[in-house]
Design a protein around this ligand. Sequence first.
Ligand code: GUN
Length: 306
Amino acid sequence: VTVPAGERTYFAGGALRLDGAALRDRIIDEIRARVAAAGDPPICLATVVDGDDPAGVRYVGMKHRAAARAGLRTRGSVVSVGTSQAEAEAVVDALVADSDVQGILVQLPLPLHLDGDRVIDRIDPAKDVDGLTSTNLGRLVRGTPGLVPATPLGVLRLLEAYGVALAGRRVTIVGRTPLVGLPLSLLLGGPQVAALVSVCRADDPELTARCREADVVISDASRPHLIGPERVSPGATVVDIGSSWPDGTLVGDVDTAAVATIAGALAPNPGGAGPMTVACLLENMMCAAGLAGAGTDGRTAGGAGA
Ligand code: GUN
């Protein structure tokens, strides 16, 4: 899915808007059509979320609504401070055993007393539509077919849709979590995309230089306005993934208005990578359901590959 030139919009500062919400809507329409063409088979996404985490509950709600728009069914489970490790794992085990469920997503973070990695590794890799099991992360490292984590895949799809050049270009990723930064570095640095990737921390003493040397800056540090115009070279592409709520309202890692006067293209938060996470979760659902589209090569989804 690409965005035609006539449908591109620009920030007041001049940068091209990498509009994840618009692209998500196109992808949902395309998936809806594919599900209908297959005769509307029942395809179910099951989620597990910490019911006391307002952000997680909101994100999962968005995922359920998007799935419904795409013609998929959903089922939600909640864990809390009162849920034991064994109970949380039993929730996932029941979904794995249920042949009516094609995809399982465990929204992170789980309550602090739970070992999220162990809960996630209960997911059958074939139902792991967020691509976060050890098996699917391992496949991404090896470059063998697997389900790719939804947020990194969403960033790649967004950059591809707007024709942002990646092969041989310098990409600086700020933040190196197993959820976003690390798998994104594998996806973009692997042989299929072949970018020149650096991964660093928000408090890297050389952060400004590492960002200024980059053709593409991707920030997932959750530090409000960490990336200002002084950290962006003219014409570069900037993707904002980090979210903070210093006063109860969402603030991204990127000072959007100021950076839009320097950057060539900018994926804002909200409205950039977030909606693409949702879209790629649905793309992964189609792979898990055996309905991968023409644009996806089986289950590698543009991943590391040969
Ligand atoms: N928490 C924040 N972002 C994500 C995501 O993309 N997937 C999951 N499972 N948890 C998250």
